[in-house]
Design a protein around this ligand. Structure first.
Ligand code: 5AD
Ligand code: SF4
Length: 466
């Protein structure tokens, strides 16, 4: 048993990075058994689940879409806000109930929640029926822990990591669009955010390994890749090998996959060199997710965001000017400790200025171990909810406005799958990341097609193939 260190602040220690080539030989010892996997949270977790799926399938488990049929349940958890945590513990109740009937069921928890010492304590005290708790730094130990499962709770969590695994294998969800990790962890320590504690220090993968993965995906016929990191702008800095994110993006674009995306960019240190590369290559998609978080300099300072509203505006304007037809989305938190009505109005001001294509909006949720969780907060829950409501009205107005600009236009859409809007429809994304429901057959899946936009809603477009 290896419990996370109770002093999470230890994660602030710098680490020397160790690149490890994974070479695993997993035997199919569970042939005929079934797995059920549930993923909570961000794209990082979605991609980690593809790694988990690879391990489970190599062990011989087959996919099941019903919990009740499973011999092993894996919950890949999220800790970013309290409601994400509540959902996991709610679902654990169902797993506990099933285990009463199915004594051999293996229950496994992984993902960000397992990196929070207080949550691990809860699992040890109140959820003894959970068999395996594995952290974010040692996912490749999962096959070993499953083979060794013996009915006693086994906790293998490390509070930080100096490791970057290369040559990780995935059972990818899509044959069209693939995620690629370029960097793990985060060093920004925004005061509200748990990620630097759950994912550890910023560690970059080697450029040659990433490009090898891109080449391989191209060979397999992938139409789109997304380079993944908590803050892609910082890619390469920790390695000090003379390359940065702009270099990686350019080299990736040159490989020639039709669509290259990246997420997430911090407004701090978004270089002109990056903007120039994005503008230069037609296969780098004109879509940037650029979280602002707040429109008040006072709050941004308390959040440790390292930029002012003026600096954000300048960056926003430069991107809009240099990258043709770019769409920009953002993240916004309302109700940060002691956010005044004036602070909030400044957030509305920046939204009115930028007219974002879309925004993910959240109410501040205190996370144990972060600096903001200790800040005094006199703002009531009702006031925060009311601000969120007011913000969403403005955000949605601009989403609709930006979608309406597409009416009557012909755009290229990468069709990724069937649409839930009708049997006769498929869906996909424009280069600017707008979701489009398209009248057409399933044969279009995996193709980039020209679509004429006939209707625009706040969160999607409707169109017909030209
Ligand atoms: N409370 C509310 N929202 C948060 N986010 C991160 N941490 C918190 C928190 N404690 C939001 C930020 C981030 C997005 C992924 O989640 O807006 O950009
Ligand atoms: Fe969290 Fe800030 Fe890092 Fe994003 S940049 S993951 S918000 S600490």
């Amino acid at each position: 048993m290896n419990k996370p260190d109770l002093c999470v602040a230890k994660n602030r220690e710098k680490v020397t990075i160790n690149h490890i080539n994974l070479d695993m030989n997993i035997k199919p010892v569970f042939n005929g058994k079934k797995y059920f996997l549930r993923t909570y949270g961000c794209q990082m977790n979605v991609h980690d689940s593809e790694e988990i799926k690879y391990y489970l399938e190599k062990l011989g488990y087959e996919y099941s879409d019903t919990l009740e049929d499973a011999d092993i349940v894996v919950l890949n958890t999220c800790a970013i806000r309290e409601n994400a945590k509540d959902k996991v513990f709610g679902y654990l109740g169902r797993c506990k109930h099933l285990k009463k009937i199915k004594k051999d069921l293996i229950i496994c928890l992984c993902g960000c929640l397992t990196q929070q010492p207080s949550e691990v304590e809860t699992i040890m005290d109140k959820h003894k029926y959970v068999d395996i708790v594995i952290g974010t730094h040692n996912l490749s130990e999962l096959p070993k822990l499953i083979i060794e499962a013996n009915g006693k709770q086994n906790i293998e969590v490390y509070s930080n990591s100096d490791k970057v695994f290369e040559n990780v294998k995935y059972s990818r969800d899509s044959k069209i669009s693939a995620w690629i990790n370029i960097q793990l962890g985060c060093d920004k320590f925004c005061t509200y955010c748990i990620v630097p504690y759950t994912r550890g220090r910023e560690r970059s993968r080697k450029i040659e390994e990433i490009l090898k993965e891109v080449q391989e995906l191209k060979k397999q016929g992938y139409m789109e890749i997304t380079l993944l990191g908590q803050n892609v702008n910082a890619y390469g800095k920790d390695l000090n090998l003379g390359y940065d994110f702009a270099t990686l993006l350019e080299e990736t674009a040159k490989i020639g996959i039709p669509r290259v995306r990246f997420v997430t960019s911090h407004p701090w240190n978004f270089t002109d060199k990056m903007i120039d590369v994005i503008a230069k290559y037609p296969n780098i998609m004109p879509y940037i997710h650029l979280p602002i978080q707040s429109g008040s300099d006072e709050i941004l300072k308390k959040m440790n965001r390292r930029y002012t509203v003026e600096e954000y505006k300048k960056l926003f304007d430069t991107i809009k000017e240099k990258v043709q037809n770019v769409s920009i989305t953002t993240d916004i938190i309302v109700g940060f400790p002691n956010e005044t009505e004036e602070d909030f109005k400044r957030t509305l001001d920046i939204v009115n200025y930028c007219k974002f294509d879309g925004a993910f909006t959240f109410i501040f949720s205190p996370r144990v171990g972060t600096a903001a969780a200790l800040m005094e907060d006199k703002i009531s829950k009702e006031e925060k909810e009311e601000r969120l409501h007011r913000l969403n009205e403005v955000v949605n107005k601009y989403s609709l406005e930006s979608n309406k600009k597409y009416l009557g236009k012909v755009v290229e859409v990468l069709i990724t799958g069937p649409s839930d809007k009708g049997e006769d429809k498929v869906c996909g994304y424009t280069d600017t990341m707008k979701l489009v429901n398209v009248v057409g057959s399933k044969d279009l899946i995996g193709k980039i097609v020209k679509v004429k936009i006939a209707d625009a809603k706040s969160f999607s477009l409707d169109g017909v193939v030209c």
